[in-house]
Design a protein around this ligand. Structure first.
Ligand SMILES: [Zn+2]
Length: 254
């Protein structure tokens, strides 16, 4: 019995070490998230462990979140709200970039927020289906208690408080991944990352459903947008990049 436990322990140790090596090599050169980085329109990137969320001012007493982090208490997001004299109740909407749990973990902390996600990822956000990535598929489905009230569609425009949001489907990282363009800032979620040299890379293959589709989506996005519209690119697991060029260059070279 002791021997069996030892063997299981060794196998688990090797798996964990293997995952650590894959992440270390795969994420080399990624620009780190800058906690509290403020974008030109006042939106702020909030670090939450290894992920991040964005807090946007939507008018007096109104805030919008892009994703809600991994922490079920949403402590970092609540602190950022408090710094603006806002409460969790002031969050009117949460735009979920995709259905991975480090992007919707804090949703329950915002009781008045309308939760919005693309149709293909609604089962992931609500937990009615197991995750589909290589890593995520190892775990089964478990209901999250979250209800997606507004199912987003590609090309949709919506007004949230005084914010105008353009929705773009960017399937690949997950089937229901989305990018949002708000006030000249393009929120790419996990569909891409920034590099320390100022260039952009596609979604991390190891935690993505379809890497070829991800790259095609980024190229299609670049073709739909221009430098007049896009002043900043943001990413959930890396720092923001200024300008449209990193996306345009990515599209031109892939
Ligand atoms: Zn993800």
């Amino acid at each position: 019995m002791k021997l069996v436990l030892e063997i299981i322990g060794i196998i688990l140790g090797v798996v964990v070490l293997g995952l650590a090596v894959i992440f270390f090599i795969g994420r080399r050169g990624v620009a780190p998230v800058v906690d509290g980085q403020t974008l030109p329109d006042g939106a702020v990137q909030i670090k939450d462990g290894f992920t991040s969320a964005f807090l946007l001012d939507a008018g007096p007493g109104k805030a919008v979140l892009i994703d809600a982090g991994q922490d079920s208490d949403a402590k970092a997001i609540k602190a950022a709200l408090a710094a603006r004299n806002l409460q969790p109740e002031n969050v009117i909407a949460i735009l979920v970039t995709h259905g991975h749990n480090d992007h919707f973990g804090g949703i329950a902390a915002f009781p008045n927020a309308e939760v919005m996600a693309m149709a293909a990822d609604v089962p992931l956000v609500e937990g009615s289906e197991p995750r589909r990535s290589r890593l995520g598929s190892l775990f089964g489905a478990s209901p999250t208690g979250i209800h997606v009230e507004h199912v987003l569609t590609d090309g949709e425009s919506l007004d949230l408080g005084n914010l105008q949001v353009s929705v773009f489907a960017t399937p690949g990282h997950t089937a229901g991944s989305a990018a949002f363009l708000i006030n000249g800032v393009l929120y790419l979620g996990d569909s891409a990352d920034s590099n320390t040299d100022g260039t952009m890379r596609p979604a991390f293959w190891f935690v993505s459903e379809d890497t070829a589709l991800n790259e095609a989506s980024l190229k299609a996005l670049a073709a739909q947008l221009s430098q007049d519209e896009v002043k900043y690119l943001t990413f959930s697991h890396s720092g923001a990049l200024e300008g449209f060029e990193p996306l345009a260059n990515f599209a031109a070279t892939h």
